[in-house]
Design a protein around this ligand. Structure first.
Ligand SMILES: NC(=O)c1ccc[n+]([C@@H]2O[C@H](COP(=O)([O-])OP(=O)(O)OC[C@H]3O[C@@H](n4cnc5c(N)ncnc54)[C@H](O)[C@@H]3O)[C@@H](O)[C@H]2O)c1
Length: 249
């Protein structure tokens, strides 16, 4: 791709790290954002070792001042930001009767308000360029619903709907907006914690996945790279399931 600057949230680990590395491989300069700047070091080092360009950014995506300051830092260092991957997220398995207002607000602040704030922070750059790509990472639980995941799955459902509305509003400005709802993606902090918690044998999980393998962060990164490229310019407002066929809509 021609020189472009991408911002990937939650990029210290897991899916976000894979997306950041893949976009850098495709030629983007990348802002690697996570809660703590120091935790971004591995992703930044991997990108630089492969000959790419990246900087670490520490910010809580739910905090407007921190998110805008991080985008400002990225813009100053590498240039206007025209690719945004809203990947940072938190999961939750609280049964319905135990959900508190505090828990609900915490999850929604990160999973829903965070992507909206980051989109607002990069929007002027995309508008000025008359070109932009926003890729929101949702969840297959938003498509299917899930037991003990009312808070999380509904927050990701909001991400799907936000994608559709942003796509309609931003389309005339040359900005596409799509979401990827991952299925079960292994080798991330979130999925390892879930695996420890539920102890579901891999053979059982595999029975729910037609291609008979679990997802890797790179599977999501591949779709992300395509959505960030010119090749996807006629695709907007869509939900691109990357789940081995586990959810078919
Ligand atoms: N792994 C899966 O199976 C799976 C399935 C469906 C959806 N997802 C979604 O994919 C995304 C990435 O998941 P993952 O499995 O790589 O998770 P992960 O926990 O490995 O990585 C998430 C990253 O986001 C960061 N983060 C959390 N809150 C943040 C905040 N407020 N501000 C900035 N950064 C923050 C974390 O520090 C972490 O580095 C999440 O949005 C998740 O909901 C994952």
């Amino acid at each position: 791709m021609a020189y472009k600057v991408a911002l990937v949230s939650g990029a210290a680990a897991g899916i976000g790290a894979a997306c950041a590395k893949r976009l850098a491989q495709d030629g983007a300069a990348v802002g690697v954002l996570d809660l703590d700047e120091a935790r971004c070091a591995d992703t930044v080092a991997a990108i630089k070792a492969a000959g790419g360009s990246a900087i670490a950014l520490g910010a809580d995506v739910s905090k407007r001042d921190q998110a805008f300051a991080a985008v400002e830092k990225l813009r100053d260092a590498l240039g206007p930001v025209t690719i945004l991957v809203n990947n940072a997220g938190v999961t939750d398995f609280t049964p319905f009767e135990e959900i508190t207002d505090e828990l609900w607000d915490f999850v929604y602040a990160i999973n829903v308000r965070g992507p909206m704030i980051l989109a607002q922070a990069v929007f002027p750059d995309m508008k000025a360029a008359h070109w932009g790509r926003i890729i929101n990472i949702s969840s297959s639980s938003a498509q299917t619903g899930a037991i003990n995941m009312i808070t999380y799955s509904s927050s990701k459902g909001a991400v799907v709907t936000m994608t559709r509305s942003m796509a309609q509003e931003f389309g005339p400005l040359g900005i596409t907006v799509n979401n990827i709802p991952p299925g079960s993606v292994m080798n991330t902090i979130m999925s390892e914690a879930n695996r420890d918690r539920f102890q579901i044998p891999t053979e059982v999980l595999l029975q729910t996945v037609p291609v008979r393998r679990l997802g890797e962060p790179e599977d999501i990164a591949n779709a992300c790279a395509w959505l960030a490229s010119e090749a996807s310019s006629y695709v907007t407002g869509q939900t691109i399931g990357v789940n081995g066929g586990r959810v078919v809509t």
